[in-house]
Design a protein around this ligand. Structure first.
Ligand code: AMP
Length: 112
């Protein structure tokens, strides 16, 4: 898989505002936040997108970390959205699987 900016964040080659880390996942604040809370959760083992993911426990773990981050950020009660933009029409721009955790304001549906 081609290197992305997220691999460089994992290796601490570029700075990020890290809010959670364990052996398999890293979570950090989005550089261009779309909501008061906007955190990205990524697996340390890179996969290009959800479309190419094959490890069910890794994807499930990603979602559980997203929920833990939402709890840690204080938006569990008020509510939040977890988004996995996938490929072109899905709006994916960084091809290292990531879950957006968005909250802290009402989120509209359907998204634009
Ligand atoms: P996506 O469009 O779903 O691929 O999301 C990629 C996200 O990564 C965007 O929301 C960007 O704002 C975010 N992003 C890109 N570079 C960085 C960075 N260096 N640190 C934090 N977030 C970033």
């Amino acid at each position: 898989m081609a290197e992305t900016i997220f691999s460089r964040i994992i290796r601490r080659e570029i700075p990020a505002s890290i809010v959670y880390e364990d052996e398999h996942y890293l979570a950090f604040r989005d550089i261009a936040p779309q909501a008061p809370v906007h955190v990205l959760v990524i697996p340390k083992e890179p996969v290009r997108s959800l479309a190419e993911a094959t490890d069910a426990s890794a994807v499930g773990g990603l979602l559980l970390v997203a929920a833990a981050v939402a709890r840690q950020e204080g938006i569990e009660e008020s509510g939040y959205r977890v988004v996995l933009n996938t490929n072109g029409d899905g709006g994916q721009t960084v091809f290292h699987l990531h879950a957006h955790v968005l909250g802290g304001r009402p989120l509209h549906w359907p998204p634009g």
